[in-house]
Design a protein around this ligand. Sequence first.
Ligand code: AP5
Ligand code: MG
Length: 220
Amino acid sequence: MPELNLVLLGPPGSGKGTQGERLNADLHLPYYATGDILRGAVRDETELGKTAKQYMDNGELVPDEVIVGVIAERIDSEEAAEGFILDGFPRTTPQAEALDAKLAELGRKVTSVLLIDVTDDEVVRRLGGRRTCEAEGHVYHVEFNPPKVAGICDIDGSPLVVRDDDKPDVIRKRLSTYHEKTEPLVAYYEGTGVLTRVDGVRPPDEVTAELREVLAGISA
Ligand code: AP5
Ligand code: MG
């Protein structure tokens, strides 16, 4: 199979994590979710975590120079030689340019960008009921995707928690940050011909089926 350098794009709550977990199980490629990496750093109280926390809690983006190095290091690693799945990166035009530059240095490029399209109202509806596994960030919803046992992750048995940034005022701020800083990437990747838009306001299995079809088309 040709190398697959994949980006999942979409607003907060569009299902990047939900779909990323499933594609990861299909594709066996390293899955780099910057939100999960940053939450891990906050939990471990590393320098990265101390810097990131204030931005995350306010629904703002951490500075480009902080996150670009984190991802560049992972992409330039043995495990990512056959490809990778990015969730939550890039999120600004400078980040997209930095990703292109890093890949060009390695003689590679972004193969596909999957935009999971959802409305702001749907985001607000979803994030109120989200529960996230403390250990690995596995994603659930109390109504739309409940765990088998309330409050416990099906996959690793760790407790499910409400994310610090899933409060109504922070959700609104995250949405406005998305529209201002990240949405321009839709045009950026349309310009390079790698973007596919998928309707995300459908049951998770339907979204997964369409993403799989798109990816089958790419690797055919
Ligand atoms: P991050 O963790 O990436 O948050 P986000 O982009 O706001 O996205 P979410 O994780 O909230 O949503 P998702 O699309 O993964 O949806 P999910 O699958 O969980 O980033 C957090 C913060 O870190 C940022 O605000 C920023 O501060 C910082 N950061 C991260 N990356 C950065 C970067 N590159 N640069 C700078 N700063 C960065 O689904 C949501 C809910 O809906 C779940 O409950 C799920 O079960 C449910 N659901 C999913 N699909 C469906 C469906 N089809 N129907 C019904 N319910 C569904
Ligand atoms: Mg996520």
